[in-house]
Design a protein around this ligand. Structure first.
Ligand code: URA
Length: 306
């Protein structure tokens, strides 16, 4: 039986109205959300990713793949908020979240409240992103099992009311396995499940030596990456621990699927013009970014046909 979202915040029951500020969505009466239910009540999947343009592309791609009428030119429903973009194609929302957990957590709280107010049934949150690989070739698609923080611990750390709070950080096993199963040998790239390291800093936090500041050497960096590899970590990004933890707290299913755009055991620079020094051209990167679209498209075809 399908279930509505119950959030772990008793204060919400005492609020007569709510304003999802960054989404610019008004909930004038929390006891009668029929207008929101009309607009969003059919949503079953919320795809999230870094940029508005990539999420728009995803919305167009999913519109075609899922045969959703009038989906060729999706409009940003949250343009007024001037922060995040949200597109709707049939039962799928595609929302941007910016770079890193801090910007993502803001929109994730509000999207969770949106699906609660709209009375969506068993919504699934899926992050689609890019990442650095650890010992896998660029272009590999990684679906996260356990999310590790920058201390290489499988947990999410957050400071609340002046205290350090540590929460579990793993993704929904069945959803993860179902998404991995959508990879096919004929794709020409691997889709794997593995652990993910998630950091608050792209440079020092991920052991890069090409940031503005660096007080360690290449050997120390490689030792760190090898320690990560030994924990089953095959990719590094900046959102997984927060996403896993917050969706677990909210008791909604979630998954994180990212394509690697560099193998960090071979270098730090992602892509650019190159002269052969950087492994990936901008065009290849764009091409790689579509790989998770393909996998998620197949997953949604199956999910939504049930
Ligand atoms: N995103 C990251 O966080 N790290 C990378 O190396 C590439 C993309």
């Amino acid at each position: 039986m399908a279930n509505s979202v119950e959030l772990a915040n008793p204060n919400l029951a005492d609020m007569s109205s709510d304003f999802l500020y960054h989404l610019a969505i008004n909930v004038p009466n929390t006891k009668d959300t029929s207008e929101l239910q009309k607009q969003f009540g059919d949503v079953r999947v919320i795809c999230v990713g870094g940029t508005a343009s990539r999420m728009r592309e995803l919305a167009i791609y999913l519109g075609k793949t899922l045969n959703i009428p009038n989906s060729a030119e999706p409009v940003d429903l949250c343009k007024q908020g001037n922060r995040y973009a949200v597109f709707k194609v049939g039962p799928v929302l595609c929302a941007s979240h910016g770079v890193g957990s801090s910007t993502f957590s803001v929109v994730l709280h509000e999207l969770l409240k949106l699906v609660k107010y709209a009375k969506c049934q068993d919504p699934i949150f899926i992050r689609i992103g890019t990442c650095g690989g650890v010992g896998v070739p660029p272009g590999t698609v990684v679906v996260t099992k356990d999310a590790y923080n920058g201390l290489l611990n499988n947990e999410h750390e957050i400071f609340i009311l002046g205290e350090r709070v540590v929460r579990p950080a793993h993704f929904h096993k069945d959803v993860m396995l179902a998404i991995v199963a959508c990879g096919q040998q004929s794709d020409g790239f691997d889709t794997i499940n593995a652990n993910t390291m998630s950091t608050d800093c792209f440079y020092e936090g991920q052991g890069r030596i090409d940031g503005a500041v660096c007080h360690y050497n290449n050997e120390q960096k490689m030792q760190f990456l090898q320690r990560a590899h030994a924990k089953g970590i095959r990719n590094i990004e900046m959102e997984a621990t927060m996403m896993a933890s917050l969706t677990l707290q909210a008791k909604v299913k979630a998954a994180d699927i990212c394509v690697t755009i560099v193998n960090r055991l071979n270098g730090d620079q992602v892509c650019g013009d190159s002269e052969g020094k950087v492994p990936l051209s901008l065009e290849q990167k764009k091409n790689f970014e579509h790989r998770p679209f393909l996998i998620v498209g197949r997953y949604l075809q199956k999910l939504l046909s049930n």
